[in-house]
Design a protein around this ligand. Structure first.
Ligand code: ZN
Length: 164
């Protein structure tokens, strides 16, 4: 499944990652927030999210909050880098149908971008609501001062004229 800003950013989510998101949707009144990290492989300009992590021991979870185990996050980044995966952002769930980022979410991802050591133009934030995908999925790109909402790119809208 792909999301784009119809310009220079296109993010592809592999099925394994979508399945993990699906598994943690807050579908019942008692489900707690879940979350983890996003890891990508780069293919020229294409960003392919091929691994997502979470949950882990030590994550703090509530109905409307999620505080990851920071130490385990750092270990994941190191371990997966060794396997060729690059940390590119975070995901978490919301108990709402169509998810929208909270002020805290926006502040956290901007801080994370500024304070981490990396060469990326953007970090990616994914929020998973309860609706089916793609509606139940918020995807945005962030750096220290920009928030760019990405839109679902239906396969049939791929520009076919280039093949004709
Ligand atoms: Zn949130």
């Amino acid at each position: 499944m792909q999301f784009t800003n119809n310009a220079d950013i296109t993010i592809t989510f592999e099925n394994e990652v979508l399945e993990l998101f699906e598994k943690h949707k807050q579908l019942s009144e008692k489900s707690l927030e879940a979350g983890g990290q996003l890891f990508a492989r780069f293919n020229k300009k294409e960003v392919i999210i091929s691994k997502a992590t979470g949950l882990r021991d030590g994550d703090k979870r509530g109905r409307f909050l999620f505080w990851p185990n920071r130490k385990k996050e750092q270990n994941e980044i190191k371990e997966l880098f060794g396997e060729g995966y690059h940390y590119v952002g975070d995901w978490h769930t919301h108990p709402e149908i169509i998810p929208t980022p909270s002020k805290t979410d926006l502040k956290n991802i901007a801080e994370c971008y500024t304070q981490s050591k990396h060469d990326l133009k953007y970090f990616i934030m994914v929020i998973i609501g309860t609706d089916g995908f793609p509606n139940g999925m918020h995807v945005s790109a962030h750096n220290s001062d920009q928030t760019i909402k990405l839109n679902f790119l239906p396969v049939h809208e791929v520009n076919v004229s280039q093949f004709l």
